[in-house]
Write a protein that binds this ligand. Structure first.
Ligand SMILES: Nc1ncnc2c1ncn2[C@@H]1O[C@H](COP(=O)(O)OP(=O)(O)OP(=O)(O)O)[C@@H](O)[C@H]1O
Ligand SMILES: [Mg+2]
Length: 343
């Protein structure tokens, strides 16, 4: 039903002008070894499989995401360090992966030095944001694989992000780390980030179905965490820990493993959070007013729509004869799945 209404809109106005605007997601937990990198590498792969155009920025001097995607660090090669300081443009730093719609900007050991170099430069908290702003409209998702620390690098990552995904290891000390993390997010939210930082959700990682402690911790987090907790839990899976040594995401290593299926499910949960894409119709495409037709105006709501259907329902009631000052907002159809592999 929604589709036919949207098609009618297309026939009224012609094909819409679409523009990507990436969800920029920092995958962060200040605790080390909780599966930040594993989540970045594999979630990105499954989003690419779903037809999304994805960029993974390895923002950790350890460069595990880079090597996990088959790009071991080379000191003489461009990395996010060069992007951070305006020494290279994004295109020069972007590396392909085996998916044509999944790109990587690698890290390097230089990034460890950036901590000191950043201290005395103006707008030091906004360097990554300024870099990402240049390429936001080229991707559907930009992931930032964050380092396990609280530093100027971390602040750059959180300021650049719209959203944060928090991997939480099913481990006794996880809860303690979480309250500190929420304080950090609140601080960035209040003091630095203009548009705020949304918590997309916490995801339980290395979950052991047979271990009562895993269930207890998951239950505690579901009960006390003030934000979304993803329904998908990532199980402990040998395939997930092996895949990086082959320089590939798990989908190309063992796609039938429990770990692979869990990240596939998590990607779908993340996609389900998407709000309808909005774009402005170029003003010359708005049909001129026809005085013979009844002047009925359905006001556009100011707040965002709950679903694409809601938006389509309202739009179809807007008669094209009313020339508004602001071009109407039109909802785009689901993108065509256009994933392909390089072989
Ligand atoms: N679900 C899983 N099952 C088994 N091993 C896993 C799983 N998730 C991650 N691992 C392994 O746990 C280790 C830590 O994972 P990862 O490097 O993704 O964590 P991290 O949070 O990025 O670490 P750091 O804080 O050092 O950046 C790695 O060896 C990884 O292969
Ligand atoms: Mg990591």
């Amino acid at each position: 039903m929604a589709k036919s209404r949207i098609s009618r809109l297309y026939s009224l106005y012609g094909m819409p002008y679409t523009k990507r605007m990436a969800r920029v997601i920092a995958v962060y937990n200040q605790k080390g070894g909780v599966a930040k990198t594993t989540t970045c590498v594999n979630l990105s792969a499954y989003l690419a499989l779903e037809g999304k155009k994805v960029l993974l920025i390895d923002f950790d001097p350890q460069a595990n995401a880079s090597s996990g995607l088959g790009h071991p660090t080379k000191l003489n090669e461009g990395s996010i360090y060069h992007g951070l300081f305006g020494l290279a443009e994004p295109d020069a730093l972007t590396k392909p992966t085996i998916f044509y719609n999944y790109h990587l900007i690698p890290s390097s050991q230089h990034l460890a030095g950036a901590l000191i170099e950043l201290v005395n430069i103006p707008e030091r908290e906004y360097k990554l944001k300024q870099f990402i702003d240049k390429i936001r409209d080229k991707y559907d998702y930009i992931f930032i694989d964050m380092p396990p620390s609280l530093s100027l690098l971390t602040i750059n990552g959180l300021v650049a992000a719209d959203e944060i995904v928090i991997p939480v290891q099913s481990h006794y000390f996880s809860m303690e780390g979480l309250s500190q993390l929420l304080e950090i997010i609140e601080l960035v939210h209040k003091n630095i980030s203009a548009q705020g930082l949304k918590v997309s959700g916490a995801v339980m990682t290395m979950f052991d179905e047979n271990e009562p402690l895993s269930h207890k911790i998951a239950g505690d987090i579901a009960a006390s965490f003030p934000h979304n907790v993803f329904k998908t839990r990532i199980p402990r899976s040998a395939a997930l820990s092996e895949a990086p040594s082959y320089g590939r995401p798990v989908i190309l290593h063992d796609p039938n493993s429990t770990g692979a299926r869990a990240y596939e499910q998590l990607a779908k949960e993340l996609i389900a959070q998407e709000t309808p894409k909005q774009f402005q119709m170029p003003s010359q495409m708005i049909p001129a007013a026809d005085p013979r037709q009844e002047q009925v105006v359905t006001p556009l709501p100011n707040e965002s729509f709950d679903s694409a259907q809601d938006m389509a329902d309202i739009l179809i009631d807007i008669k094209p004869q009313v020339q508004s000052e602001q071009p109407p907002v039109v909802v785009a159809e689901e993108p065509v799945r256009d994933t392909a592999f390089y072989f």
